[in-house]
Design a protein around this ligand. Structure first.
Ligand SMILES: [Zn+2]
Length: 109
């Protein structure tokens, strides 16, 4: 079974469409195409109990991101700054790029 490519990639700015973080935006830290999930900076924060370390001797609770379903985010176009659906195109050079359906600009350079 082949893994379907996600519409989002590491480094994309995305907007969350559903859940407690609905409407928030963040940068994709990691994509997990096999699981159809993404890790987004500042989104879906969970509290994690950390053991005391040399750096943080008191240990304590640390917040970190948990993955969310990739279908719950929309890419924000760097050109028109709007959350948008994407199209895919293969350039003459053979390079595959994603483009913004709202303004038509390519997102991948
Ligand atoms: Zn656009």
């Amino acid at each position: 079974m082949s893994v379907k490519k996600l519409h989002v990639k590491k480094g994309d700015r995305v907007q969350v469409l559903t859940g407690k973080d609905r409407g928030k935006t963040g940068r994709v830290l990691r994509a997990f195409p096999r699981k159809n999930r993404v890790l987004v900076e500042g989104i879906n924060l969970i509290k994690k109990h950390a053991r005391p370390t040399q750096k943080i001797p008191q240990g304590g609770i640390r917040e970190m991101e948990a993955t969310i379903n990739a279908s719950n985010v929309m890419v924000i176009c760097p050109s028109c700054q709007q959350p948008t659906r994407l199209f895919r195109r293969t350039l003459d050079s053979g390079k595959k790029v994603r483009g913004c359906k709202k303004c038509g600009e390519y997102i991948d350079k």
